[in-house]
Structure formats: C-alpha cells, structure tokens
Design a protein around this ligand. Structure first.
Ligand code: 1GP
Length: 232
C-alpha cells in the first residue's frame, strides 16, 4: 500500500482531546497552514472529547482531520483519515497486534470506506505515558533501525513513527533511521517547541508532529509550520 495522499505532507499538529483549547487557539492551529491535524492522546481520551474537537474543527475549517486510534471506544465516523499505531518496541504482542486485530474484527465491514493507515510506532521516551501504557522497552539505535527496516520490508507499513512524546529526541538517530527507509514515510514527534527544532528534525523526517507546545507556547508552535514549509 502506498500512502500517496500523505507524501506531500510535512507538518501535522496533534491535538489532545483531554486538554482544553479555546476557540481562538483552535482556529489558529487549523488555519496555520499545517497539512493536517491529528486528534489523539493516551490518557482520559473519551468519545465525547473526540467528537467535541472534531465538530469544532469541522464547523469552521477545511484542514484534514485524522483520528489516531488508541481506544476502540473512541472510534467514530467523520474523520478524513484513521491512523492506527502498532507499537513495535512494546514487550507485549497485545500492543503490536492484538488490539488492532480485535478492532479490525469488529469493524472490518466499514474499513473499505475509510482511509486507514497503520503506523509502526517506536516509543523512545521512557517518561512518556504511552511508553508505560504500552509496556515498552528502550531500544538502542541498532534496534530502532532494525524496527524501521521491519516496518518497511516485513510489514510494508506506510508510516514509521519515531515517538519521543514530551521530550526532544536525537536528530542523529532520526537521520540514521531515514537512511534505512525508502518507501515508508518517517514521522517524527516529540518536544518540538521552536522553529529551529522543527527544521532540525524535518531535515531527515518526512513529517514532523507538534503536540504539547500547542498548549504551552502556541505562538512559537505556530512558527514551526512556516519553518518546515520554507525549507522546501
Ligand atoms: C505526541 O509525537 C507527538 O504523540 C508530539 O509530541 O507532544 O512532545 O510535541 P509532543
């Protein structure tokens, strides 16, 4: 499967449905020029929270909306894309395969009508909630590159996601991972707060994802969009 629609993307904002955001700030995120917004989080994600954000975005904006599916209960129609993480460095098969298997079993008839992309996730921040929740181990650089290889050549996934959620990662590792990948897109997310960081990670990643700084320093977060678009 080729993720053709995604190939032009450079920047995504990730909104956490468990966090408050004013209409004004949400408008700024949606009109920032970002390629898409992901709705997703680890803690306290409810269907109500997801639907509230989706309807507020849809009311005024055309930006593509993606649901990153972490809880089956929050699955709802109406998104442009559905991203489903498969956590490659989890110690439990459950988070790599079983929760996805159960979801597919239940929704298989609806799946042909939706744009669904499975993401090979590698979570590299031990303090991230998702790291603990999905019972990950911390892989070294060689491990990560081998996961990237598997994502592309074994599982043929459209996306390999280097996830440092909550902390800024290692640009050298992102470079090394990008050297492993040809067709699979490299997503980088974690700790991007400034345009300099955005540019540094975008040099090797196909797409950067900016999450938490929407809520901590939106003014700087918005500058990350133009920064990576200008870089060409
Ligand atoms: C989280 O990768 C995203 O899933 C973005 O990380 O919240 O640290 O920006 P931050």
């Amino acid at each position: 499967m080729q993720a053709n629609q995604l190939k032009e993307w450079k920047h995504i904002f990730k909104l956490d449905p468990a966090k408050e955001i004013s209409d004004e700030d949400l408008d700024a995120v949606c009109e920032s020029g970002t390629d898409a917004v992901i709705i997703g989080g680890t803690d306290n994600v409810t269907l109500d929270g997801v639907l509230d954000l989706l309807s507020r975005i849809r009311r005024n904006h055309l930006v593509p909306c993606i649901l990153e599916v972490s809880e089956e209960e929050t699955l709802t129609p109406g998104f442009d894309y559905y991203f489903v993480p498969m956590v490659l460095n989890s110690k439990e098969k459950k988070y790599m395969m079983d929760v996805q298997h159960q979801a597919i079993k239940q929704y298989i008839d609806m799946m042909e009508y939706s744009e669904i992309y499975f993401e090979g996730y590698c979570i590299l921040n031990e303090d991230a909630k998702a790291f603990t929740y999905t019972n990950c181990y911390l892989p070294d650089a060689e491990d990560v590159k081998a996961y990237a290889y598997m994502a592309e050549h074994v599982f043929h996934l459209p996306i390999f996601y280097v996830e440092y959620s909550g902390t800024y990662g290692d640009p050298q590792l992102v470079k090394e991972v990008s050297d492993v990948l040809e067709d699979t897109l490299l997503f980088y997310g974690g700790g991007i707060e400034t345009k300099e960081q955005a540019i540094e990670m975008k040099e090797h990643a196909d797409v950067i994802i900016v999450g938490n700084s929407i809520y901590t320093n939106l003014k700087e977060a918005l500058k990350t969009v133009e920064a990576v678009k200008e870089e060409g």
